[in-house]
Design a protein around this ligand. Structure first.
Ligand code: FES
Length: 287
């Protein structure tokens, strides 16, 4: 295995190795691509400007609205465009540099046109151990794209993603931020083939998969009325609650927790005093 300081990029960019495209001798090689500012086309019209203003009006400090506003831009433009950045800056009365600094920081904001389906494979430690790296490698080979790249037909953008808090269903995938639990390389390939073929796909937790642009609109705070499609947590996540109920366990009350803490503090203080006395006694005997 390459070390993190090995100058040889690894084939698969796994944790602990130098990721593909990173040259440790070149301090600029890890920097993400800048937003392409030569593209002057935009689909942002008056309706989108109105909706951007609606989002801004939801917050006491309007600039707090920037994250959902950028999601709305992506739902309209298919990525964060220069026009989208200018629209956000105009509505919030901040500089385009302020907006760009946010849009280029978070990986959910795309610099290049995104696919119709954003397929994320969790390769954080637990999912990686449970097979996430194998799922990613197989998909990458099957689709012919690498991390944050889109298939030539514009259907799928593949990503390595960080933990999405579904570790009890590892290895986990997300399609347009809907959960795909307990994946295998085979099930992942079957899934992307269905997406590519335009078949209806349902999250393993029930929700129908919409397009990436539709999901971006929901993230902007414009619900599509389908929030209750399928459970938000599954049986595995609720196992602890079920066992506690069966055993009659309950969390302590605030008063009980305070009493327990006071008792723990008292025991710790007694221990510290005893250790101090013992140390002083040993010191006296040594003189
Ligand atoms: S490590 Fe993959 S969801 Fe947590």
């Amino acid at each position: 295995m390459n070390s993190a300081h090995d100058n040889t990029p690894s084939a698969d960019g796994r944790f602990g190795q130098v990721p593909p495209g990173v040259d440790v001798e070149d301090p600029n090689s890890h920097r993400p691509e800048p937003i392409e500012f030569t593209d002057g086309e935009t689909a942002i019209g008056e309706q989108t400007m109105d909706e951007l203003r609606q989002i801004a009006a939801r917050y006491p400090q309007s600039r707090s609205a920037l994250l959902p506003m950028l999601h709305l831009v992506q739902s309209v433009e298919g990525r964060v465009t220069p026009a989208g950045i200018e629209a956000c800056a105009q509505v919030l009365d901040i500089s385009t540099a302020d907006v760009s600094s946010v849009a280029t920081f978070y990986t959910m904001y795309k610099r290049r046109p995104n696919g119709e389906y954003n397929v994320g494979v969790c390769t954080t430690a637990l999912c990686a151990i449970m097979g996430g790296d194998d799922v990613y490698d197989r998909l990458s080979k099957h689709l012919g794209v690498g991390h944050d790249e889109t298939t030539a037909d514009g259907r799928i953008t593949l990503e390595r993603i960080e933990c999405n808090a579904g570790c009890d269903y590892a290895p986990l995938m997300m399609v347009n931020w809907e959960f795909m639990d307990n994946q295998t390389p085979d099930s992942a390939v079957e899934l992307v083939d269905k997406l590519t073929a335009g078949e209806e796909v349902t999250s393993t937790r029930g929700a129908r998969i919409c397009s990436w642009r539709q999901s971006e609109r929901v993230l902007a705070g414009f619900p599509d009325g389908r929030a209750d499609e399928g459970p938000t947590s599954g049986a595995t996540s609720q196992l602890g609650v079920r066992i506690a109920a069966e055993q009659g366990w309950a969390a302590p009350t605030v008063e009980e927790a305070a009493e327990a803490k006071a008792e723990a503090d008292r025991i710790a203080a007694e221990k510290e005093a005893a250790e101090k006395a013992e140390a002083e006694k040993s010191e006296g005997e040594a003189k």
